[in-house]
Each structure stands twice: as structure tokens, then as C-alpha cells.
Design a protein around this ligand. Structure first.
Ligand SMILES: C[S@@+](CC[C@H](N)C(=O)[O-])C[C@H]1O[C@@H](n2cnc3c(N)ncnc32)[C@H](O)[C@@H]1O
Length: 221
């Protein structure tokens, strides 16, 4: 198991650093800032539906899950959230990160940890407008069709994990999306944009979160 170490980011929120890969789980300019900008605002809120099916690639510390859940609790939408994570983060590390305290939702701590550490691959009981399912599965094996309105594509960067950014993976993601759905990622590399286009996406370059010039959003027309 890789050594995972909590690390403070510039907006005050914590992330993890994978010491073996020397790669953080979020931008060190601000974990909450990045997740909110890339996945919530450019993804979930952009789609703007009362009910949204979200697929996340790389659940990690669950920050995107928690930010999505808070939107549900605020009455903005209901969400069916499926997350792929072959290497779930352990309970002690999740407790040390304490994302719920950072986001001023301490009451969510227990149900959040319960969902993040669910042993079976079955949907958890819906709570606060969110239904959650963790699949301990690699994205390279994902085969569902037309199941998502939004894909949060939150893999480690291409230099660290090039096998996450291939044409095969983006074709799988294109197949997983419904027409009108979008895939959002913090990555803005030209090669990634071209691979997404080859897979069928119409790709926009959008302003990135603080510390990053751009991000990408691909749409399935
Ligand atoms: C950048 S981190 C994700 C950050 C996460 N969204 C969060 O909010 O903490 C990348 C994640 O991708 C996961 N991962 C690695 N290989 C994967 C694969 N083949 N398929 C899906 N996820 C993978 C890693 O375990 C890691 O948790």
C-alpha cells in the first residue's frame, strides 16, 4: 500500500499526498477551491438538472462526493453518485483529513465516513438527497452505457498515470455518458484535449481554478 500523507493546501483545506508517486490528490493551491471550481461549478451546476447521475473516476478522499452531497442538502438537486476507486482511503486517514469540519458540516462526518468505507459494492441507503455507490473497480474495466449526466474525471496527472488518459479510457467515458452529458477534468493538456476529441467529445477550454490557467470540459452532443 502506498504511503499516504495528509498535507495542508493554500486555501486551508487538507489533501493527501501519495509519497510513492510524489503526487497530491488535489492542487496545492487549494483542495476545496479546485474541487468546487472544476467539478461542482463546471460540472454539476453547469448541467443544472434537478436530478443528476454523477460518475466519479478516482474517489480518493471523497472531497468531490462531500461537496456534491452538500449541494443536495442545500436543496439544489438530488444525485445518484457512483464512484470508481480501486484503492479506497482508510478510515483513520479520512478522520485525519476531516473534510466535514473544513466545510463546516461536522454533522456529516459519521455518515460520510460510513459511505466512504462501505465494504460491499451496493448502493448505500439514500440520505439527504444523495444515493452513493462505491465500485472498487479500475476505470479501464468500466463498461456501462449511458448511465451518467456528469463525469468527474479526477485521475492523477498524465505524467504520473498515463494509463488513465488513453483513447480507450475516454471512449469508455463517452459511452458511459448520456447525450447532453459532460466530462470535466482539471487537466488542460493539448494531448488530453485531442484524445477526448478523438473519443467523440466536443471539448471546451475553460478558465482553471486559482493557480491553473485552464481546465477541460467535454460534451457528448
Ligand atoms: C487525484 S486522486 C483523486 C482525488 C479525489 N477525487 C479526491 O477528492 O480526493 C486519483 C485517484 O484515482 C485513483 N485511481 C488510481 N488508479 C485508478 C484506476 N485505474 N481507476 C480508477 N481510479 C484510479 C487513485 O487511487 C486516487 O484515489
Amino acid at each position: 500500500m502506498a504511503e499516504l500523507v495528509p498535507q495542508r493546501t493554500a486555501d486551508g483545506s487538507l489533501t493527501l499526498r501519495n509519497a510513492a508517486l510524489d503526487e497530491p490528490y488535489h492542487s496545492l493551491h487549494g483542495a476545496v477551491q479546485e474541487s468546487t471550481h472544476v467539478f461542482i461549478k463546471a460540472g454539476l451546476e453547469f448541467v443544472g438538472r434537478p436530478h443528476v447521475d454523477v460518475l466519479e473516476v478516482g474517489l480518493g478522499t471523497g472531497l468531490n462526493l462531500l461537496l456534491t452531497w452538500i449541494r443536495c442538502l442545500e436543496g439544489k438537486c438530488t444525485v445518484n453518485y457512483t464512484a470508481l476507486e480501486p484503492f479506497p482511503v482508510t478510515e483513520p486517514l479520512l478522520a485525519a483529513l476531516d473534510h466535514c469540519a473544513d466545510l463546516a458540516w461536522p454533522g456529516l462526518h459519521e455518515p460520510f465516513i460510513a459511505r466512504m468505507t462501505v465494504p460491499q459494492q451496493e448502493p448505500c441507503e439514500a440520505l439527504g438527497g444523495l444515493r452513493f455507490q462505491l465500485l472498487q473497480q479500475q476505470v479501464q474495466e468500466f463498461q456501462e452505457e449511458a448511465v451518467a449526466d456528469v463525469i468527474y474525471f479526477d485521475a492523477f496527472g498524465p505524467p504520473t498515470q498515463p494509463e488513465m488518459w488513453t483513447l480507450d479510457v475516454f471512449q469508455r467515458m463517452f459511452t458511459a455518458l448520456r447525450h447532453g452529458g459532460v466530462l470535466v477534468t482539471y487537466c488542460a493538456k493539448g494531448e488530453v484535449r485531442r484524445t477526448m476529441q478523438q473519443a467523440g467529445f466536443s471539448v471546451e477550454r475553460l478558465p482553471g481554478p486559482p493557480g491553473k490557467r485552464e481546465m477541460l470540459r467535454g460534451r457528448k452532443n
